[in-house]
Write a protein that binds this ligand. Structure first.
Ligand code: ZN
Length: 154
């Protein structure tokens, strides 16, 4: 009977391990924990001109940790006048972008884990208060509304 119990325990341990893996895979990362959406995805009017906002703005105090929503490889780390300090991560089927960072904490071509810190919230580039401009691209390279995406929690 002890052999039978051993098999049962092995099955139980296997079930727990599989459950942990499934929970990890289904778990949705918040790119900026505690952030408020200060501007949504879609058409918007800013200073009298209408343009398409290709991501969401996630407002949070400067220095708040910014996390990669999925595992992947850092495709770009840089600075430009619009996005300030930014990080772009290539995932298996998507890409994600994090702009206006106070600082970046990853290098180009670095492999990142799901939920790994990639930088800190800032106010760099064309920005009026600390926030992250967060973009998700699908497989075809089209932006999607992060609030409607099943890849993240916003
Ligand atoms: Zn934005």
């Amino acid at each position: 009977m002890s052999g039978f119990r051993y098999i049962n325990e092995t099955i139980a341990v296997t079930i727990v391990i599989v459950a942990v893996i499934v929970v990890y895979l289904l778990w949705k990362v918040k790119p900026v924990p505690g952030a408020e959406i200060s501007s949504g995805y879609g058409m918007r009017t800013l200073n009298g001109s209408t343009h398409f906002h290709n991501g969401v703005d996630l407002a949070a105090p400067q220095g708040t940790k910014v996390r990669s929503i999925l595992p992947g490889k850092v495709e770009a780390v840089g600075f430009d006048e619009l996005n300030g300090n930014y990080v772009k991560v290539k995932h298996r089927n998507n890409s994600s972008f994090y702009g206006h960072l106070f600082k970046t904490t990853v290098r180009k071509n670095q492999t990142v884990r799901k939920n790994q810190k990639i930088g800190e919230v800032g106010n760099t580039g064309y920005s009026f208060g600390p926030h992250v401009h967060f973009i998700i691209w699908d497989k075809e390279g089209n932006t999607v509304d992060p609030e409607k995406s099943n890849l993240v929690r916003i």
